[in-house]
Design a protein around this ligand. Structure first.
Ligand code: SF4
Ligand code: SF4
Length: 501
């Protein structure tokens, strides 16, 4: 079961001995406690180690993709957009490398959302909030903003001292430099986002010369503000109070999921290095935790992992790096804090070897759903029709009786050509022998063969008349319009009716 976010001192900084003291004080003064407590600022300390390196690598890859992807080109032939990933609202298309999605194929988005949700559930079943700790945009940008803050204002202690000290020119310049770079990153984040909605090099030029549409500037403004506020100022509050995922994740997790865990069995009873050595010399029990609080000092959300699982813990693993450094210094084995499962905590207490059970009902279920949704999407993508037809029967009048006794129905026919080149299409009618088909407004040569040309990647709308002369039709006759690409290529058909008196 997960505990609430940690209680931290409202008077000062988190980390150090403050949380424990605050917890005691809070218990004594529970009755007087105000309903609103000001947020204590968190000053995460710099740390190095395996998980920090993984986080830097993930940050570089994810931000690199985000900022550079709009500039990647993809040749789709003349007249087609050459941007690899593009949401083309005016052209009503979404391009993703070789995939081109039309508005009527938006169900692919549903498939993608199902796969994304199941991938998140799978990550959770295997390694808890690994998404939060490494991949979530809030974590990635906050990490980057922390690095900028450290560059201008120094590490934890220097920042805490500077914040407590009166304003000086040095303090002003450092803070101004930090906020300027934060705003620059936030602005470029918004700028990169709008590049996914238009040709990136052209839009960059238009933005620089103030010729871009207003919506582009407005979007950049909104995203600059949100990035600066969420990653620079709100930081861990987004994860602890605003994001619904920790609550959902807590309900979905199980005892086999790997979570960052303090190995209480090894760490307790905790004592200082000196006291532990004395206890060991006397043959008394002494845990490996030397109560140095380094794990708390490096935590970006101010959590003390030794208090147990917490909604505030984003599972970033930085406390593992901090504790491993301490263990190396005092000559004790690494991984006093480690990715561990509740099952293994129990097994170790019983003297059993730890196990890693990745294949479980829930992981199989998630993998199965991902495979099915992915398979369906892949199959439909590979076998998708590049030709389409839709028909709308005239509603008023439904039919017209001509002076010579013949009956005529009118239709609006739409032909889709998803091929990367223009195609000649032949329109034919089935199910009504003796009926004449007329396409209004095309050349007589085309009219004889009922042939029309549809441009590449376009829809052509036709006005079509069907007339039955020699015999009176039934009140409703089942018919079908069939369109065939030139040279006996792909065929598409759609059913409709021919109405009579
Ligand atoms: S870093 Fe390790 S030794 Fe230090 S307080 Fe945390 S758990 Fe204990
Ligand atoms: S407790 Fe450890 S894993 Fe959890 S957020 Fe803090 S540093 Fe990251």
């Amino acid at each position: 079961m997960l505990a609430d976010p940690p209680v931290v001192s409202s008077a000062g900084h988190t980390g150090g001995k403050a949380p424990a003291a605050a917890a005691g004080a809070a218990a004594m003064a529970a009755d007087d406690e105000p309903l609103y407590a000001a947020r204590p600022k968190i000053y995460p300390q710099k740390v190095s180690g395996t998980f920090r390196r993984i986080k830097w690598a993930v940050l570089l890859v994810t931000l690199g993709i985000y900022y550079l992807l709009p500039f990647v080109r993809w040749d789709r032939g003349e007249g087609a957009p050459s941007q690899a990933v593009l949401v083309d609202f005016p052209g009503r298309r979404f391009y993703f490398f070789f995939i081109e999605i039309w508005p009527q194929e938006v169900y692919y988005l549903t498939g993608l959302l199902i796969i994304a949700a199941m991938a998140l559930f799978l990550m959770n079943a295997v390694a808890g909030r690994v998404w939060c700790g490494y991949l979530c945009p809030q974590t990635v940008w906050t990490d980057l903003f922390f690095a900028v803050e450290r560059f201008f204002e120094g590490d934890r202690r220097a920042r805490m001292q500077r914040d407590d000290a009166p304003w000086t020119t040095d303090k002003l310049l450092r803070k101004a430099g930090k906020h300027a770079v934060w705003l620059l990153i936030a602005w470029w984040t918004g700028g990169a986002w709008v590049l996914y909605f238009a040709d990136a090099p052209t839009l960059v030029k238009d933005l620089a010369t103030f010729q871009a549409p207003f919506i582009a500037y407005a979007s950049i403004g909104v995203l600059t503000f949100t990035t600066y506020t969420l990653a620079g100022h709100m930081r861990e509050q987004v994860c602890v109070y605003m994001c619904p995922w920790p609550r959902i994740q807590a309900a979905l997790t199980d005892e086999y999921a790997l979570n960052v865990t303090y190995r209480r069995d090894r760490g307790e009873p905790r004592a200082s290095v000196k006291k532990s050595a004395v206890l060991r010399d006397k043959g008394l029990p002494a845990g490996d935790c030397v109560d140095c609080n380094q794990c708390v000092a490096v935590c970006p959300t101010g959590v003390d992992i030794r208090d147990g699982a917490s909604l505030g813990c984003i599972q970033c693993g930085l406390c593992i790096d901090a504790c491993d450094t301490v263990m190396a210094k005092i000559g004790r084995p690494e991984r006093l804090i480690a990715y561990d499962t509740e099952v293994n905590i129990r097994r170790r207490a019983e003297g059993l070897a730890p196990i890693l059970q990745l294949i479980r009902v829930r992981t199989l279920l998630y993998v199965g759903i991902i495979a099915i949704a992915g398979g369906i999407m892949l199959y439909t993508l590979v076998n998708r029709a590049t030709l389409g037809i839709s028909v709308l029967h005239d509603r008023n009048p439904i039919f017209v009786q001509m002076a010579d006794g013949s009956v005529r129905n009118g239709y609006t026919v739409r032909i889709l050509n998803k091929q990367p080149q223009a195609q000649e299409m032949t329109l034919a009618l089935e199910g009504l022998p003796g009926a004449a088909l007329e396409i209004v407004g095309i050349t007589s040569a085309e009219a004889q063969r009922h042939v029309v040309e549809v441009g590449r990647d376009q829809t052509r709308e036709l006005r079509v008349l069907v007339t039955l002369k020699d015999r009176p039709p039934a009140s409703t006759n089942d018919i079908a319009f069939v369109v065939t690409a030139s040279g006996g290529g792909e065929t598409a058909r759609t059913a409709d009716h021919f109405r009579g008196p």
